[in-house]
Design a protein around this ligand. Structure first.
Ligand code: CTP
Length: 395
């Protein structure tokens, strides 16, 4: 929170109290002008800590205090004066507040308080417009009683502390949900996305798998403390932070990467949409078109899930299956044949689930033929339930 040189600076402690009550950690910067309106002690008391001022900025210290302060998730300027707006819009860095505003990475909320005529001056409006253009937001000024010179009522009064606190908190990134680290110590391998089986250097057989289901499993496992390796075919998703991502293209590359990562793993989840066939002979040169029909000779790819099932070495093994008919029966047979602990069955023909969407509707199918239909929900929630089931099997 930056407190500017305005009568409204006296409301800063009230905003501070509200922010701290709601769990925010607030570092206060008071400009020299602000300290003419409110004492450093009042601010420090409300902030529950030291206030940064011109004096602390220039105190002998190894760090540049404005850069440390600028790491905040958000900045709010309370009692923003016309002068502070001008300094920020002009890119000044000669005082701690302005220098911090030049470096701050998070969003900035301005809460101006000044005389109505000053607020409406084209210079002030141009500065506010420049700041808005850079993505800063404004709260107020509001209509109400302001000033000490008997101006009476008009536009210029600062927004109420409760509204300032709410608007500031709304800028903050959502707090990471506290998650039980119930997979701490687990090594989890997830395969995701499609494979590409090249016919020649520029043509391949593939499928529309988006990778979203597998990425959701990898992220959920990571958040629950697991060490995660994600073997991913080509998808439009950023590699998740904190996850070892191994990019692959073909089923044969997927096989090598998964078998390698699976050594010593506790759980392997195969969400990848592996192409069942590849070109028996991949042409090294681009194939020109010929008159008439063409026959492509395809040969089966190894079934990686089945291969993992043949020698489980204590690992849990989860597969996915897409069926358009006799789903549960076929999925149970598949789980038994591939020695998977369970299979999540989805229906590619149902609207909004399966390929590409953010939701999925699956049925958990065990090799013994028992099953549980899960309601349609987000892929992240499906991932959560999948990992719950794996953990129960392990216990
Ligand atoms: N899978 C695999 N290797 C393959 C093909 C599939 O590991 N070559 C995995 C998938 O990642 C998925 C599961 O096996 O977890 C089910 O795939 P699916 O294609 O439905 O099964 P198939 O055995 O190919 O059955 P079908 O021929 O009936 O489609």
């Amino acid at each position: 929170m930056i407190v500017g040189g305005s009568m409204a600076a006296v409301k800063a402690p009230s905003v501070l109290r509200r922010l701290r009550e709601r769990g925010a950690q607030v570092q206060v910067i008071a400009t020299a002008a602000a300290l003419e309106f409110i004492t450093e002690l009042s601010l420090a008391t409300a902030a529950g800590g030291r206030v940064a001022t011109e004096a602390t900025w220039f105190a002998a210290r190894p760090d540049a205090q404005h850069l440390t302060l600028a790491r905040a998730d958000a900045a709010v300027v309370v009692g923003a004066s016309a002068d502070l707006l001008a300094r920020a819009a002009g890119g000044h860095a000669g005082d701690l507040a302005a220098a911090t505003l030049l470096s701050v990475a998070g969003p900035v909320l301005w809460v101006p308080a000044m005389n109505e005529r000053m607020w409406h001056h084209p210079a002030v409006q141009a500065n506010a417009a420049a700041l808005r253009g850079w993505g800063h937001t404004f709260l107020g000024p509001e209509v109400g009683a302001f000033g000490t010179l008997g101006e009476g009522r008009g536009l210029g009064r600062m927004a109420e502390p409760e509204d300032i606190a709410a608007a500031t908190l709304a800028l903050l990134p959502p707090a990471p949900a506290v998650r039980a680290q119930d997979l701490a110590g687990w090594r989890v391998v997830v395969s995701a996305g499609p494979t590409r089986e090249y016919l020649d250097p520029v043509r391949f057989i593939s499928n529309p798998s988006s990778g979203k289901m597998g990425y959701a499993v990898a992220e959920e496992a990571r958040d629950r403390g697991a060490d995660v390796t994600l073997v991913s075919g080509p998808v439009q998703l950023p590699p998740p932070a904190g996850v070892r991502t191994v990019p692959i293209e073909s089923a044969l590359e997927l096989r090598d990467a998964v078998l390698d990562a699976a050594r010593g793993a506790d759980l392997v989840v195969m969400t990848a949409a592996v192409a069942d066939y590849r070109a028996a002979e991949q042409a090294q040169e681009k194939q020109a078109k010929v008159a008439g029909d063409v026959t492509v000779h395809l040969t089966p790819n190894p079934d990686i899930l089945a291969e993992l099932g043949r020698e489980k070495a204590g690992r849990l093994l989860v597969g996915f299956a897409m069926e358009t008919h006799a789903g549960i029966e076929r999925a149970a047979a598949k789980a038994a044949r591939k020695n998977a602990d369970f299979i999540l069955l989805n229906y590619p023909t149902r609207e909004g689930t399966g390929f590409g969407g953010d939701d999925n509707e699956v049925t958990l199918v065990r090799p013994d033929g028992t099953s549980e239909a899960w309601p349609r929900t987000s892929k992240r929630e499906v991932a959560r339930r999948l990992l719950d089931e794996a953990r129960q099997l392990r216990d």
